[in-house]
Unconditional design. Structure first.
Length: 476
């Protein structure tokens, strides 16, 4: 998932949410700290109000009132405070560190006027043992501010206010059981990241789908403007559509050219065949060999024209393919019987093994032509005295019909196997033009099998020869 563009965008958004959460806590903490002795900002004024509040609570209610004030102050702010009198005595009776006591003594010894004094210590990034800093302890603080002041009655006090470290605020979120605020914050962030990542990658996925359709032969595949969210993606979609349009126009014109040439060649071929028959009747027996050669070349050219028209006609069948229930075994035997005449001329045996009765929805003529092309191709490349083996079976789940046709010829180099279904492709091995054929038979077979929702593959067989396997889906 995270290797895709969508996964990477989603991951980065999630990391941004987490880092933003941490950065917000740090920024809120650091920017609200007193900036130094001369800082009289909002926090320092609040500290002065807190200091006078502690003094008032102690003066009016004694030590119990001061303890109540400190407990309430800690609950509201998560800060810790202490109050000292003019002699340096801590008035709440709670423990303080020696460093704090020394800072108070130093502060009391300073001449008047005394501004707020900051006592800083290096923040602890490891959680100290025991309970977190609270009203009953005063240590591990990030920043401590000391305030010396006098009440209207003339009593002098020193207030110490400690701010916990940023990690304390983070630990505070996790200390809840469960940490509802943190869970809600992260869940909302992750959900927003997911939606935003999908929104940003939707145009890319739409473009990918259109490109896949175009690559699989759907020349009408286009990208709609509604799926392009931004002007850059919209312009990319327009460029893709222009490219697809040019490709479609080029392919359509090429197909039309093949159809036109094939039709134009049929009339001269018919006249050539008539002229050839007349020449046979009028020529001497010495010329019969040359006339036979002319007849063979004419027949081969006529076959090429027929195959070219059939291949060009395949595009029209995609939208209007007439299907009927076909007995595949009977059709295969019929095709093999027709091909046996050519096999006998080459002294090649045909063996057909129908293991199952297979019925499927198919276009009979198209399927016949497919099997005929594959079988004749196998006979053409099988050496004399050998056998072409044809097998019909179903897979274990009876969801596919499997037709296997094997010859015992020279085979095909491994690097050329994937090219055999391309129009007019010929391997530069022993299966060359000397064996005859037009180079369109397997291309037509591939298109026909795909039109039926099946698959066709070729492989070199053990012991020599080529195996062509056709898989066709069966009705449920």
């Amino acid at each position: 998932m995270f290797r895709s563009l969508y996964g990477k965008i989603f991951l980065w958004f999630c990391l941004t949410v987490i880092l933003g959460f941490v950065a917000t806590i740090l920024a809120a903490y650091l920017f609200n700290m007193p900036g130094g002795p001369q800082d009289i900002g909002p926090i320092s004024r609040l500290n002065h109000m807190t200091a006078h509040g502690m003094a008032r609570a102690y003066t009016e209610e004694g030590q119990p009132g001061l303890l109540d004030f400190l407990d309430s102050f800690h609950s509201d702010t998560r800060c810790t405070a202490r109050l000292f009198d003019a002699t340096g005595k801590e008035l709440s009776g709670l423990p303080v560190s020696s460093k704090i006591k020394k800072a108070v003594e130093t502060h009391l010894a300073s001449p008047n006027p005394v501004p707020p004094k900051e006592i800083t210590s290096r923040p602890s990034w490891k959680r100290p043992p025991g309970p977190p800093p609270g009203v009953d302890s005063m240590s591990h603080a990030h920043t401590t501010q000391s305030i010396r002041f006098s009440t209207p009655r003339g009593d002098m006090f020193v207030a110490i206010i400690q701010f916990p470290s940023p990690l304390h605020f983070i630990r505070l979120q996790f200390s809840q059981k469960p940490p509802f605020r943190l869970i809600i914050f992260l869940a909302a962030g992750f959900l927003l990241s997911y939606l935003l990542a999908r929104y940003l990658t939707t145009p890319v996925r739409k473009l990918q789908q259109a490109a896949r359709k175009l690559g699989h032969g759907d020349l009408s595949a286009r990208v709609t403007d509604g799926s392009m969210n931004y002007s850059e993606f919209r312009e990319l979609g327009h460029e893709f559509n222009r490219m697809a349009g040019r490709v479609e126009k080029l392919v359509r014109s090429q197909q039309q050219l093949i159809r036109d040439i094939s039709h134009e060649l049929r009339s001269p071929l018919t006249r050539m065949k008539l002229s050839l028959e007349l020449a046979r009747k009028r020529s001497d027996p010495v010329c019969q060999a040359e006339l036979d050669r002319i007849e063979a070349d004419t027949a081969r050219l006529e076959e090429l024209v027929g195959q070219s028209l059939a291949f060009a006609h395949m595009d029209k069948l995609e939208d209007d393919l007439e299907l009927e229930m076909v007995n595949l075994g009977a059709l295969l035997i019929s095709v093999a019987r027709d091909a046996d005449l050519e096999a006998q001329v080459k002294n090649v045996n045909l063996a057909v093994n129908v293991k199952n009765v297979v019925m499927l929805n198919a276009n009979t003529e198209l399927l016949r032509r497919t099997l005929e092309n594959i079988l004749r191709n196998a006979v053409r490349h099988c050496p004399p005295g050998k056998c072409v083996e044809t097998t019909l079976a179903t897979d274990d789940s009876a969801s596919q019909a499997i037709i296997s046709i094997r010859d015992y010829g020279a085979g095909v180099p491994e690097e050329h196997l994937s090219e055999l279904f391309k129009p007019f492709f010929r391997s530069e091995s022993s299966r060359d033009r000397g064996t005859g054929g037009t180079g369109l038979g397997l291309a037509i077979a591939w298109r026909a099998v795909k039109l039926h929702g099946g698959d066709i593959s070729v492989a070199n067989a053990d012991g020599g020869g080529l195996v062509v396997e056709v898989r066709l889906p069966l009705p449920a």
